[in-house]
Design a binder for this molecule. Structure first.
Ligand SMILES: Cc1ncc(COP(=O)(O)O)c(C=O)c1O
Length: 446
């Protein structure tokens, strides 16, 4: 067995249900700085998944210190009270969307990603009436009762789900698993586009215009993170969005992961050139320092006539601490003038290094891809959980944190802090190289 044991056993008082790494032994982290975390046994870990994609700016204590200063005079506030801090943050957030989409909107706040998605659905249902929600196969929109209905894996619905919600799944936008791929040289052709633009007819099971009960919302991710870092073909996404609009559905972009330059531009939907009606974002707004999501809806979807006061509330929505964190993080984003070219350079750095690894480990790596600050290693089989474990333990001095999901057990997801340096990418590659070597050695050889 290679490497070191990492971490300590989970104590009996700690509930096990939300330990998503499904391991009885886990490192106990005590500090973080830049792209590194340190455990209480002194072992260092390079975080190549940026705390679920939240710490785009790296582990940076000065953000929280600065945020604390901004809310010292207003340490708490009931959710029904207004503050200049809240209004200031809402105004800044609104501009992030309307500057790109070229049309004004309104911003609602919520607690986390799943809650933000539910708020987006409330806005859509308020406009259209409750109806079918159309999503892609491989989608991930959260694990609350409602959003678990939208997320692809049936595992999420085992214990709690909103079975009354009608959800229709369009075929996966992943060209890698598309049955038409063999016949198509240059992206999605008639078969794929036809498959995502058929709903709404008498035959499809979903009502279109003229039906009382029809699709109220079409929800998409510009890059499916949990689904295995899938980048939909831009033509396919454009066709799906145009069709959804023609059917009268509100188009909702889930930018909880992809927002704030994670995939290159500020918003992932810019990659395909589509223009959603509602956008939900979260992780990049607080750099992991507060639970908060923002939901932007183009005018007039969230005005008082369409989404009346009292449509939704929650005790901790908009607490000063969370707003001060967002205010501080937005300053950091505004100050990062070269972010787009820096993220483009990161994509190139990831692509070059992973391509090298694929050449060195052809028996275990099928392909690699990089888009902005995300990348994936597609393995030759469902080895991602094992490789993720090896990344943490294979190197004597340095653990590496990467992501693997139940929905794509052959894919390692990489999405480091966007501020990762070329030297740190080299360290990441060094650990991956070791771990891949061990994985290859473990496979039964003919
Ligand atoms: C695309 C996407 N949607 C929704 C969610 C759910 O967000 P949360 O975990 O904050 O509920 C996530 C979280 O990973 C996500 O990546």
């Amino acid at each position: 067995m290679p490497g070191v044991t990492n971490g300590a056993a989970v104590p009996p008082f700690a509930g096990a249900g939300n330990l998503i790494y499904r391991s009885a032994v886990v490192p106990r982290f005590v500090r973080g700085s830049g792209c590194f975390l340190e455990a209480d046994d002194g072992r260092r870990y390079l975080d190549a998944e940026a705390a679920n994609g939240t710490v785009a700016l790296g582990y940076d204590a000065s953000i929280l210190q600065e945020a604390a200063r901004r809310c010292l005079d207003l340490p708490a506030l009931p959710s029904f009270c207004e503050s200049p801090l809240r209004l200031g943050v809402l105004e800044r957030l609104e501009r992030l969307f309307s500057d790109v989409l070229g049309t004004p909107g309104r911003v609602e706040l919520d607690l986390g990603g799943a809650q933000g998605m539910e708020t987006a659905l409330r806005i859509a249902f308020s406009a259209n009436g409750p109806g079918t929600v159309v999503v892609f196969e491989g989608a991930f929109h959260g694990r609350s009762g409602i959003t678990s209905m939208l997320s692809a894996s049936p595992r999420y619905r085992e214990l709690l789900a909103a079975w009354g919600l009608e959800v229709v799944r369009l075929p996966s936008p992943d060209c890698r698993t598309c049955p038409h791929a063999a016949a198509s040289q240059d992206g999605c052709r008639t078969g794929c586009v036809g498959a995502v633009t058929r709903w709404g007819s008498e035959l499809s099971g979903v009502g279109g215009p003229g039906f009382g009960r029809k699709a109220s919302a079409f929800v998409f991710e510009a890059v499916q993170n949990v689904g295995g870092m899938v980048v939909p073909d831009p033509g396919l996404l454009r066709a799906a969005v145009a069709h959804a609009r023609a059917q009268g559905a509100v188009v909702i972009a889930d930018e909880i992961f992809t927002g704030m330059h994670r995939v290159g531009p500020r918003w992932g939907f810019e990659l395909a050139g589509v223009e959603p009606d509602v956008v939900v974002t979260s992780k990049g707004l607080s750099n992991g320092g507060a639970a908060l999501s923002a939901v932007w809806a183009r005018e007039p979807l969230a005005d008082a006539d369409h989404y009346p006061p009292g449509s939704h509330s929650s005790t901790f929505v908009g607490i000063p601490h969370a707003l001060a964190v967002v205010d501080t993080v937005l300053d950091r984003w505004e100050g990062w003038k070269s972010v787009r070219s820096d993220v483009a350079a990161l994509a190139e750095g990831l692509r070059t290094r992973l391509t090298g690894l694929a050449a060195d480990h052809p028996a275990v790596i099928d392909r690699v891809d990089a888009t902005g600050g995300t990348a994936r290693i597609v393995l030759s089989g469902p080895h991602a959980p094992r490789l993720r474990q090896l990344c943490a333990t294979a190197h004597p001095d340095l653990g590496l944190l990467v992501a693997a999901t139940g929905m794509a057990p052959d894919v390692i997801n990489i999405h480091p802090p966007l501020v990762i340096t070329p030297d740190e990418l080299d360290r990441m590659t060094e650990v991956l190289d070791l771990a891949l070597g061990v994985l290859d050695g473990e496979r039964p050889h003919a």
